[in-house]
Design a protein around this ligand. Structure first.
Ligand code: AMP
Length: 586
């Protein structure tokens, strides 16, 4: 295919900001792209020459581009740089330069997509002595044969500045329209800015098939090729390949334990929700290990330690596992928040030093491919059992995620406290009989980070009400326990109680309980012996200088009296601090 054809599409795409119009332009274009050209066209359309999971980069900075343009046009670097300052965009500068040049010396070799693509890839592969010269030549060669408008896009692609607004959603839709449009009656109406679809359900079936194929391959070219050659069946047969990342399954968020159970069913697996970063680990039959982040960046080089654990501690010739790597303090072994290790992800040098200073523990929670087989459709419970068999746990290196199968709210609460106390963010709920759904935020995995987590607090004071509440103690000063066993105030709660007895816990009842505990009274304020423990809900924990604990509750509400708890079993300040830290991350 001639490069000018692709450039024409770029131009069309640049002329509109509307997503549907962009989709239409690409889908029309794709119908004419041959299977052989597909990979190059698809990548270049997204402004790249490697798939997003491929760590290779073109690696050309503006300086080198200036030099290459100078070589190609015979115009001095200084002059080009001046133009650049004026225009602010090297792509536009290249276009203008080539335009003046072309009038003088008419050049006529036609650039092909393949030639552009090949030269750009070579740029990424060059290493060692003479690299700068070789790169300059490769770029200059393209610019010399390019039409003015082509040179603009060549320069922008090389510098990673395409910005034509073609995202993954647009690509997915365009492939669906291009290859299944006739089956689903998709019709784009420019006037209405909409698409007409005769049958949404049928449309979604094709759309989902395209999305799924993309989720497991992460290559639109492969998806488009399969759709073009073998239709729906072809998409269904696309399998995952070890070494190529698949989109990770995402979690839904809920606020209450009830909601979590409703979504994943009972019994459910609950796991610690670690505050690290996701690592998808691959091992192929030759023993090669690759690691990818949640955004599918290849971080194999950055984590030689993790490569070692995956190689040594997981049995199996080939597999793909899903895990969370968590940083911990070298001295104490305690988990550290994500920020502490995030710097390792992009690191290019001193990697071993970083690994030693910022060690991570890998917490494995899923396996989606094993011994040559895709097992995403195997139930979670069985995948977990397989994991338990193949992982040799070594604390502070690689372990299984801490997990429990439960049906009871109380068990969840207990486990939640354990999780928070161990420095985690909260819990994950997993549906026992669900598949692994790449790229999807479906209800198979739920995150539960706290919010509605209640506190058990001690009433240390109260205030007489006003108006019709004047006869009751209607606002309660509540406290938690500090490290020395002292009650430190954390707020005042006055909602949640009822004015009428028959409606539930009433002000009258509470007043009766508190009056005998009075230590002193001053105006409306009453100090009370710390005896009564109440369960308190709230919207958020905030830092506050007003109360001795250093914290305050936003919208506190009394839920019930915890008659089963003595004051020294109240929530601790340490726990409040941990909840505060965990909520900051959500
Ligand atoms: P969030 O990033 O808040 O959407 O929460 C989902 C993320 O929690 C996942 O992408 C994982 O990186 C992380 N995570 C931590 N522990 C687990 C676990 N046990 N199971 C699944 N994901 C986990």
């Amino acid at each position: 295919m001639e490069y000018s054809k692709l450039v024409d599409i770029y131009e069309q795409l640049n002329r509109t900001t509307k997503r549907l119009e962009k989709t239409h332009i690409i889908s029309d274009f794709l119908k004419d792209v041959s299977v052989d050209d597909m990979e190059q066209v698809m990548l270049l359309l997204e402004g790249r020459v490697f798939p997003n999971y491929d760590a290779r980069e073109i690696g050309v900075a503006s300086r080198l581009m200036l030099k290459s343009l100078s070589v190609a046009t015979g115009i001095s670097v200084d002059k080009i740089e001046n133009e650049w300052k004026k225009q602010g965009d090297l792509g536009l500068v290249a276009e203008a330069l080539v335009k003046t040049k072309k009038q003088a010396t008419l050049h006529s070799t036609k650039l092909t997509v393949k030639k552009v693509f090949d030269n750009l890839r070579k740029l990424a592969e060059l290493e060692g002595e003479g690299t700068v010269e070789r790169k300059t030549q490769l770029i200059a060669e393209l610019i010399t044969s390019a039409k003015p408008i082509e040179s603009k896009y060549i320069v922008k692609t090389i510098l990673g500045e395409m910005r034509i607004g073609v995202g993954e959603g647009t690509m997915r839709d365009a492939i669906t329209w291009a290859f299944f449009g006739n089956k689903i009656g998709v019709e784009y109406t420019r006037e209405m800015n909409d698409i007409k679809v005769e049958d949404r359900a049928v449309y979604n079936k094709y759309l989902d098939a395209v999305q799924h194929a993309y989720d497991v391959t992460n290559e639109f070219a492969e998806v488009a090729r399969a759709a073009k050659l073998k239709g729906l069946e072809g998409l269904g047969n696309i399998g995952m390949k070890v070494g190529i990342p698949i989109q990770v399954m995402l979690a839904l968020k809920v606020d209450t334990i009830e909601e979590a159970f409703e979504t994943v069913g009972k019994p459910a697996a609950i796991e610690f929700k670690y505050d690290g970063f996701r690592i998808q680990g691959h091992k192929d039959e030759k023993g090669n290990i690759k690691l990818f982040t949640r955004r599918l960046e290849d971080v194999t080089k950055q984590f030689p330690d993790v490569v070692g654990f995956v190689k040594k501690n997981i049995k199996g010739k080939s597999f793909i596992i899903d895990s969370e790597a968590v940083g911990y303090a070298k001295k104490t072994g305690k988990y550290l928040p994500f920020q502490n290790i995030s710097q390792r992800i992009k690191r290019k040098y001193d990697i071993d030093k970083m690994a030693s200073n910022f060690p991570v523990e890998v917490n494995v929670f899923d396996v989606i491919y094993f011994e040559g087989k895709n097992i995403i459709n195997v139930e979670f419970e069985k995948r977990r059992r397989l994991l338990e068999k193949i992982i040799k746990q070594e604390p502070k290196k690689i372990v299984l995620s801490k997990s429990k199968v439960v049906s009871d709210k109380k068990d969840v609460e207990k486990f939640f406290k354990e999780a928070i106390n161990a420095g985690n963010e909260g819990l994950m709920f997993k549906s026992l009989n669900s598949p692994y759904k790449p790229g999807a935020r479906v209800g198979y995995m739920i995150k539960f980070k706290h919010m509605m987590e209640t506190l058990d607090l001690v009433i240390v004071g109260a205030e007489w009400g006003e108006g019709k509440r004047a006869k009751w103690l209607s606002s309660y000063t509540i406290a938690c326990l500090n490290e020395d066993g002292k009650f430190v105030e954390i707020g005042k709660a006055s909602t949640g109680l009822k004015e009428k007895r028959e409606e539930g816990l009433s002000f009258e009842e509470m007043t009766k309980l508190l009056k005998p505990l009075t230590i002193s009274e001053k105006g409306k304020e009453v100090k009370a012996k710390p005896k009564i423990v109440i369960e308190v809900g709230y919207d958020e924990i905030q830092k506050s200088p007003t109360y001795e604990s250093g914290f305050a509750l936003r919208f506190p509400r009394v839920i019930q009296i915890r008659a089963d708890k003595g004051p020294h079993e109240a929530s601790t300040l340490d726990y409040v601090k941990k909840l505060y830290a965990s909520q900051k991350k959500s």
